[in-house]
Structures are given as structure tokens and as C-alpha cells.
Ligand binder design. Sequence first.
Ligand SMILES: Cc1cc2nc3c(=O)[nH]c(=O)nc-3n(C[C@H](O)[C@H](O)[C@H](O)COP(=O)(O)O)c2cc1C
Length: 198
Amino acid sequence: MSQPRQTDHAIHPLFINRWSPRAFTGESIDQPTLDSLFEAARWAPSANNSQPWRFIYARNGSAHWPELLELLNEKNRAWASNASVLIVLVSKTTHLRAGSDAATALRNHSLDAGAAWAHLALQAEHAGWHSHAIGGFDREQARTLLGVPDGYQVEIAIAIGKLASRDSLSAELQAREQPNQRNPLHSLIAEGRFSFQA
Ligand SMILES: Cc1cc2nc3c(=O)[nH]c(=O)nc-3n(C[C@H](O)[C@H](O)[C@H](O)COP(=O)(O)O)c2cc1C
């Protein structure tokens, strides 16, 4: 087991208690809780308040579940098959500003979608659920299967679930099933000028 997560400075416990497990029970998530995750994401900040995030989801066992699960690469599918919900996060790449009839490109659509994902993940932790972002999936297949039109970028998949015993995982995944650590704070911040190690 690695050391428990510790911060150098006092922060809300949500930030270090959130982690990305792979052992999920597959149990059903109630609609108000699921809605609360999207509600938290909805209140993320975005450039021009453009709110480019869109969430396409399927519950485990629903008609759409096999399609979303199929998008994941094999390694991710092995554990995410026991999630309660799979979400594909897409972002709108253009924005119609108030008073304009021509859409302009949104430079920060992915950044803003990332902020929404972080809100969702923290709300999941707050509600006693866990989330796990997944970059290992077929974005082109997602576009086709889910009917994502031009003008939207497929960003990440997200698994939501309740924590199960790590024994439910393969030996390889059991070894990784624990909260990980972070780089030291001093290596991330610089006053006034870029002065980081390569
Ligand atoms: C954009 C993104 C893509 C990720 N892709 C995967 C993935 O394909 N498979 C996986 O098991 N974990 C994936 N992760 C989870 C990261 O490995 C994890 O967030 C990171 O190690 C930090 O650990 P923590 O979330 O437990 O704090 C992804 C996370 C992010 C934010």
C-alpha cells in the first residue's frame, strides 16, 4: 500500500478523497443523484459563459449500455463493465455570442469541458460515488455510434460507480487499486517567470 494522501496546505477533503478506482459494484444509481452530478458540471466556469460541455450517458443494463461500453478499449472495458453509468463528454467547438448571428470558434472548449468534468467528479465524491475518467476509447466510433455531429469534439468517457472490493479485479489491477500521489507543489508554481525543470 502507498502512503495515504497528504496535503502541504489545508484544503477541502473532497480534493484528496476523490480518486479513480476500477472496482465497481455495478449497482443502479438513483436519478436524483445522477442529475446532481450533471448539475454540478453545469455550474463550471467557461469562456464567455459558453458552456460547451455536453454529456451522453447510459446506465448499466440499459439499451444504450452495450454501445457505450463497446467504445472503450479492452483494458478499460474489463473494469468499466461494472460501472453504474458510462458518460461520453463532448464539447461544442463554436459559440454564438449574444447579438451576433455568426458562430465563432471557441479556443477553450476542451479546457472548459475539463472544468465541467472536475465538477462532476467532485460532486460524485461528495455524494458517496466514484468517478473515473477514461481517455482510452475510440473517439471516431463514438462520433458515429452516438451521432455526434460536426462542430463537437469527443473528449473523454467517464465511468461512475460505487466502490467494490478490490478482490473483484484482476491481480494486475488490484495492485494499482489505491489512491496515487502528486508531484510536489514547489515543482508546479513559479512567481513571475517560467522557471521549471524540464
Ligand atoms: C483525461 C483522462 C484520461 C484518462 N484515461 C484513463 C484510461 O483510459 N484508463 C484508466 O484506467 N484511467 C484513466 N484516467 C485516470 C487517471 O489515470 C487518473 O485520474 C490519474 O492517475 C490520477 O489518479 P486519481 O484520479 O485516482 O487521483 C484518465 C484520467 C483523465 C483525466
